[in-house]
Design a protein around this ligand. Structure first.
Ligand SMILES: [Zn+2]
Length: 177
């Protein structure tokens, strides 16, 4: 039993700070595991992009993200990625040449990806409880992509632009234009 007088002491405050740090560290590890299937695919894909068309790559420890920048004049920069500033694939971000400024926007998508992985894991547990491990695996792995497609569909059904006006993009543009 903790008394109100005890709560005011520096020792109690330190104990709570340490507990919060421990829980935060534990949470980061669990979150990393929940995101791992998509991240393994994303890191392999982006490392391949780096090898073929990249100019630089780095691991951001603060954001826990692999960042790959495309080379000026490379095939994606000249073709299908020409009108893009950046793209997020799990804990991996691909940037067009000279587009470092869009990184904060992409990092919002990384947080959205983490939320979708948590949702996927929870749905996966329900499906597992219903008796299908294949369905559970599919729910877990597909949740991030389905979450984005769902946001686009909802925007479309409301008569909005499916990309720019979907709720995930709106949130990312609001936080990091
Ligand atoms: Zn975006």
């Amino acid at each position: 039993m903790v008394t109100s007088a005890e709560i005011m002491t520096p020792r109690y405050s330190l104990r709570m700070t340490n507990l919060r740090r421990t829980l935060s560290l534990l949470g980061t590890v669990v979150l990393g595991q929940l995101c791992l299937p998509g991240d393994v695919v994303a890191w392999c894909a982006l490392l391949l992009v780096r090898a073929l068309w990249g100019s630089s790559s780095r691991w951001s420890w603060s954001d826990e993200v692999l960042v790959v920048s495309l080379r000026e004049g490379s095939w994606p920069a000249r073709t299908w990625f020409r009108s893009w500033g950046g793209a997020t694939l799990g804990h991996a971000v691909m940037l067009a040449p000279g587009q470092e400024r869009v990184l904060p926007h992409e990092l919002v998508h990384v947080k959205q990806y983490e939320a979708a992985c948590c949702l996927g894991a929870l749905v996966g547990l329900v499906v597992l409880a219903l008796g299908s491990w294949r369905g559970a695996l599919a729910a877990w792995c597909l949740a991030p992509a389905l979450s984005y497609v769902g946001a686009m569909l909802a925007a479309l059904l409301r008569g909005r632009a499916p990309y720019r006006e979907n709720v995930l993009e709106a949130a990312a543009y609001a936080e990091a234009p």
